[in-house]
Design a protein around this ligand. Sequence first.
Ligand SMILES: N[C@@H](CCC(=O)N[C@@H](CS)C(=O)NCC(=O)O)C(=O)O
Length: 215
Amino acid sequence: MQLYTRPLSPYSAFARGVLYLKDLPFKPITPAYPFAAEVAKVNPFKRIPILVTSSGEVLYEAAVIAEYLEDHFPHKTLLPGTPRERALIRLLARIAELDVLGPANKLFVLLSKQERDLPTIARLFEKMHAGLAVVESRLGPGDYAIGNTPTLADAWLLPVRFLMEPLKKLSGKTDLLDAYPRFDAYAAKAKQNPALERIWNEMSDGLQDFMPQLV
Ligand SMILES: N[C@@H](CCC(=O)N[C@@H](CS)C(=O)NCC(=O)O)C(=O)O
């Protein structure tokens, strides 16, 4: 399998996390940024991650890639348990993706501009805080997001938690996570898993290369 990926891309980090957690070998392809024809050839939306399966199928959209990997390689499942438990993992994963990462990504763009669109920035922080509050309320007491083994929720939450650090710097909001002590402390525990630690370290290297001012 091949994965089009860049170290700092949170959606790519999620897909890599799924591959690492499931011990699936793959060849990383790191397209230059901004993306050009090379990426457009495989994904008309010019977005990463993109998975090329061993039979040559091209898949994009991080959540779809993860579903494929889970269906095709059910060993070391990242969706363990009963239908209820699996639904709760999916729910936390989805909130991390849509309600925290979604606004956080837009905030990185808006906060990097010379002229700041303050009303939109305020609305996005509000949306992100709503997501963070739900993440906080759903995180379990163990080393992982839910239960005692890594799940799809961890594959999303680790990159999302990483991004909160440069977002604090970029926004000047050093207290960003003060209301979410479990999520604040989450990475320290989750990084005890080598696959999740690897994701964190790869994103750190990516940040150093791509946005050193935010390290
Ligand atoms: N919904 C997509 C989002 C992927 C996405 O936005 N990827 C970013 C990198 S993190 C990207 O490729 N953006 C295109 C660009 O910046 O030109 C997914 O789940 O894969």
